[in-house]
Design a protein around this ligand. Sequence first.
Ligand SMILES: [Fe+2]
Ligand SMILES: [Fe+2]
Length: 272
Amino acid sequence: MRTIAQISDLHFGRHDPVIAEALLASLGAERPDLVVISGDFTQRARSREFMAARAFLGRMTPPKIVVPGNHDVPLYNLFSRLFTPFRNFDRFVRPAGLPGAFFADDSVAVLGINSARRLTRKNGRVSGEQMDEIRRAFRPLPPSIFKILVTHHPLAAPRDGLRLQLAGRAREAVDVASECHIHLLLSGHHHRSLDGIIAEPVRNGDVLIVYAGTAISTRTRGAEGNSFNLIRLEGNRVEIRVMGWQPKRGYVEVRTSSYVLEEGSWRSAPTW
Ligand SMILES: [Fe+2]
Ligand SMILES: [Fe+2]
């Protein structure tokens, strides 16, 4: 059994320090095997925001996969945006994560890909080179390994889910994910927590999608508050516990969904 905590869209610079402490307390209690942080560490990619993010990551003991988001690219400093878009991310945050943004043990493999781009303000993209990186990471792995791909920008929408803006070349990336028998796509960006089975047909069975909300920022959307996901993997089953922030209680479980993989198809299942 493995437990992965997915946290996203921290937005240091627009974060709530009380919720940040509650998140650390919850992670300390849940003791995940891995923490995935799916981008937007800062609000405006300023050095002091990255330094705060780095100090925060330093207080989490599990290994970490980190990928940047669109907010981690400088917006107003055009020179930095064009020529050194990921300098602060590379300096402060990347070293806190696993090399190559890749984790693998005898039951799970997780790869993070940078979908943020210097020339687009909000939208993301997956390049041909990154498609090859995905193939190199996952193709050699046996079917028994649970395979997870992480991007900041969503690559697909779940059935009956919200219609959301997806990363550029998302359809092609999903084809590569299917070709590599990837089980699960993790992303953030929209500040809404959501999970489900992929809407589009894919060649090699279904793919699950899990989006995370914003863990500690004040940039919550609509009625949705701050949240993060605890993803439990066991055999052919996945359980997603959405942990929501509540002012007097801290982080508590607010929703749980469960899926089982049978003959290449995911279906909803009763929670464990
Ligand atoms: Fe964000
Ligand atoms: Fe974003």
